[in-house]
Design a protein. Structure first.
Length: 114
């Protein structure tokens, strides 16, 4: 279960951020933001600082929140007040579309599934 979450976290590149909810949705667990937080706490070696709360808010408090902000600023992430500029730095996961079924007409024309 957490392997899919870890894989989604590892897809967020340097200079970009994502939210707990977006990571959960990309991993196949819609409404699983708390599961993402739990995975970040327990798994080591992840780029935890690239994962934020809804709207780009740093959810960690105290020194951990300051550390997260500094790490993001080093990567070139800009802020609008206390929040990350999500329009500029939000990583968008590719949508998982439904597979298109072949029809008999498509098969005759030599078309393949997309």
């Amino acid at each position: 279960m957490s392997n899919r979450i870890i894989a989604a976290i590892q897809k967020v590149p340097r200079g970009y951020v994502s939210t707990y909810g977006a990571i959960a949705k990309a991993a196949g667990y819609p409404r699983g933001a708390r599961l993402v937080a739990r995975t970040l706490r327990s798994a080591g070696g992840l780029n935890w600082h690239r994962i934020l709360g809804a709207g780009g808010e740093i959810k960690l408090r105290g020194h951990s929140g300051l550390d997260q902000r500094l790490r993001l600023e080093i990567e070139g992430v800009t802020f609008r007040g206390r929040r990350v500029n999500m329009k500029r730095h939000e990583f968008k996961f590719r949508a998982r579309g439904k597979r298109k079924n072949l029809t008999a007409k498509d098969a005759k024309k030599g078309r393949k599934r997309r």
